[in-house]
Design a protein around this ligand. Structure first.
Ligand code: ADP
Ligand code: MG
Length: 311
């Protein structure tokens, strides 16, 4: 069996959201212990991960150091966080595998993902990133071509395009490595967004791809049987946050689509996970599971979490 595991931001930072190096190393240790549990069984594992807090930190460095060193674009921030988180995750997983005497190697693939230059997201950016600034500070960055929005009392925040991922350029490299027995870390942060020129060349763009939608595309691209979206809640919940709240267990993709259409899943958090789970199953995946790290090993067999299955 081949499993694509998508780790949320919470799996990469402290529970309170802090992202000091020691917080990230500790979070990676916990997440990779769960991955090692999976590897006790006869499964191939490809891991992808979010990078929101890490990119946020790089953006602050860009701003504060702009007078001294040139700021780097958002696609470079994506590449840098893929490499750093890949390094941290590989170290954590290698240590855990060594402790358990499991003979598997790990590899990270810096991964580009093609988006459409005409994606509506570029004309109307919606994805908030980085820290809040004052109106004066934001105005300066608007002069440099960035889009910033007034978010009231908290201040101004940058918004960027969140285009649809179309094709994962480096998926064949990830697939070759997993076929060769490696535990592969790929497409972090949803992939580095690139657009294709008419001559076929690629160049990076200032955007962020949704990590969960990227995970669904990667899962199909590496022939995964199961997509597991690991987050900080054990289930997707209907009537979330109300007295009528009810966990979703095993559902068909048609049922899950109907719940989503009824507005049960928040657009910036659970919504993309449900969309990713549905897409993966509609495109031929056997099962997609949304759950937390504690239930990861059970999730692979379909014994816990929210499990989306074909109709
Ligand atoms: P990640 O970092 O793993 O991507 P997110 O914060 O983006 O995590 O999404 C998980 C969060 O989604 C949960 O912590 C929960 O607060 C929120 N959420 C919104 N709607 C729902 C829902 N219907 N059921 C469960 N969780 C929900
Ligand atoms: Mg999220």
């Amino acid at each position: 069996m081949r499993v694509l595991l998508a780790l949320g931001g919470n799996a990469m930072t402290n529970a309170d959201g802090r992202a000091r190096p020691e917080d990230q190393i500790e979070a990676a240790r916990v997440a990779m212990a769960a991955v090692a549990d999976l590897l006790q069984h006869d499964v191939d594992v490809v891991v992808t991960h979010g990078n929101g807090p890490q990119v946020g930190n790089l953006l602050v460095k860009n701003e504060l150091a702009a007078a001294v060193v040139p700021p780097v674009p958002l696609d470079w921030c994506g590449a840098q966080t893929q490499a750093t988180l890949g390094f941290v995750l590989m170290d954590a997983l290698d240590a855990e595998l060594g402790r358990r005497g499991i003979d598997r190697r790990t590899a990270t693939v810096v991964t580009r993902t093609v988006v459409d230059a005409d994606d509506p997201g570029f004309a109307r950016p919606t994805k908030p990133i980085g820290r809040f600034l004052s109106a004066e500070e934001a105005a300066l960055l608007v002069e440099h071509g960035e889009t910033w929005e007034d978010r009231g009392a908290k201040g101004w925040r940058r918004v960027v395009a969140s285009p649809e991922p179309l094709r994962i350029v480096d998926a064949p490299a990830a697939q070759a490595l997993v076929d060769a027995g490696f535990v592969v870390i790929a497409n972090g942060g949803g992939g580095i967004p690139v657009v294709a020129e008419p001559d076929g060349s690629l160049h990076g763009v200032e955007a962020v791809i949704d990590k969960d939608l990227g995970a669904a595309l990667l899962a199909g691209s590496v022939d995964a049987d199961v997509l597991v979206i690991g987050t900080d809640v054990p289930h997707a919940v209907l009537h979330y946050g109300t007295p009528e709240a009810r966990d979703v267990g095993v559902v068909t993709v048609a049922e899950m689509r109907a719940y989503a259409a009824d507005g049960h899943f928040a657009s910036g958090s659970m919504g993309p996970k449900v969309e990713a789970a549905c897409r993966f199953v509609e495109q031929g995946g056997a099962r997609a599971v949304i759950t937390d790290l504690a239930h990861l090993a059970d999730a692979v067999t379909g014994a816990s979490g929210t499990v989306v299955v074909p109709n």
